[in-house]
Design a binder for this molecule. Sequence first.
Ligand code: FAD
Length: 410
Amino acid sequence: MLNNSENWRAGKRVAVVGAGPGGVSAALALHRQGFDVRVFEKNPEPKPIGGAVLLSVPVLAVLRDYGVKMDNFGSFTVTEFRNNKNHLRARLPFNASVEKSFGMKGWHYGMLRSNAFARMMELMPEGMLVPDSDFDSYVEQPDSVIINFKNGTHVEADILVGADGIRSGVSKQAFGDLGLFHVGLRAWLAWCDPIEGIPANTGRIIHSRKYQASFFPMLHDGKPGYEWWIVEPSKQGSPVPDDVKGHIAKILKDFPDPLPRFLEATDMNTQIFKWEIYNRPSLQKWSNGRVVCLGDAVHPVSPYAAYGMGMAIEDGYFLARALGGCDLHDGDKIANSFSVFEQERVAYVNHNVEFARKLGNVFHQLPYPLAKLRDFVFDHTKFLSNMISRDYLSEAEKMSLSLQELHRRA
Ligand SMILES: Cc1cc2nc3c(=O)[nH]c(=O)nc-3n(C[C@H](O)[C@H](O)[C@H](O)COP(=O)(O)OP(=O)(O)OC[C@H]3O[C@@H](n4cnc5c(N)ncnc54)[C@H](O)[C@@H]3O)c2cc1C
C-alpha cells in the first residue's frame, strides 16, 4: 500500500488518476465537498501540455469559485471569423445576460496554459498529489475498488475517477477499446510577445480554402502577448516537415497581416507545439460501477471547439456537484450520482465534440467544387454566423446561465 493512503476515511475515499486540468478540477471540487481525495499522477510532477489556451466564462467562473485568483488571469477577446482576404464572415456576439450573471466581460479569455494550471495547483492541499504513480489496472469489489500501479503498489478507494487523458487506461478497462481515430487535422499552436498594430481585444479565426490561421490576445505571467495557430489537413502517420518554420511560413504567406509577422516573433524551440488531433466515437455512459471518467479520457476534442481544457475543468465541477453528500459506502447512491453527472454532461459534451469535428470537416476536408461553394456561402450569407450561434454558443450560454450558484451579479 502507498503510505499516504493509510489515513483514508472509508466512505469518503476518492482516487483520481491523472493530474491534468480535469483531474485537478475534480480533486479541488470533491475536496470541498468533504471527500478524501488523492490524485495519482504518473509523472514526477504534473505538467500541462501545450502553450496557450482559450477558456470561456463558465470555466473561469468555476475556477473563481474554487478560489483561483482572477487578477491578470487572461485577456478577453472579441472573436471574428474572416476569410484570408480579410473579409469578415462572422463576429461572435457577447451575451449580456451571461456577462451580467458572472460579472465577467466577453466570452473567450486567452492565457498561457502553464499559468492557469499553476494557479489551480496552488489550491491543492499538501499530500493530495501522489506523483510517480502510473495506473495499471483496477479491480472492483462489492464495497470498494482496488487500484494497481505499474510499480507494484496498490490502493483501495471507494470510487475511482479516470482523468488520465486521451489514452486513458482507466477508460479502456471500463469501456473497452478507445477506438481513437485521427480526424484528418494537425494543429500548430504557438504564442509570442505583443505585436504592434492589432486592434485591442480582437481575436481572428481566418480560413483559406484549405488552412486555418488564427490569433487571439492572451496574458502570460500577467504580461500581454498573442497566441496564434494553424490548422492543416493531415493524415495519421503523415511525416512532420523537417523545416517546420519554412512549412509554416509557406502557409502564412497567403494570410493577411498580422499573421505572417507572428512567426518572426515566436521562439521555434519553446513557443510552438504540434498537435495531431484524435477523437473517439462518442460514449453514452462515462461510468461503470464505482468508476467514472472525465475530460479527454472520455471525450478528446478538436481545437474547433477551443474547449478541451475547459470541458475537462467543467466535468470535474459537475462530478463533484452530483456527488455532493453521497455516502460512498453505498453503491446505489454512487450510481445515482454518476447518473446525474452523466445526464448533465454527456449529451452536452458529445454535441460540442461532434460539432467541432463537423466544423473541421467543413473547413478542411471538402473537395474543390464544394469548398468553393462553401466559401461563397460563408462570404455572402449569415450561414456561418447562424451555425456557430445555434450549435456552439447558445448551448454553452444556456449551460452557463443554469449555473446559478456561480453567478455573481456585477
Ligand atoms: C498541444 C495541445 C494544445 C491544446 N490546446 C487547447 C486549447 O487551446 N484549448 C483547449 O481548451 N484545449 C486544448 N487542448 C486540449 C486540452 O489540452 C485537453 O482537452 C485537456 O488537457 C484535457 O484535460 P484532461 O485533464 O482530461 O487530460 P490531460 O490534460 O491529458 O491530463 C491527463 C493527466 O493524466 C496523466 N496520466 C496519463 N496516464 C496516466 C497513468 N497511466 N497513470 C497516472 N496518470 C496518468 C497525464 O500525465 C496527465 O497529467 C490542447 C491539447 C494539446 C495536446
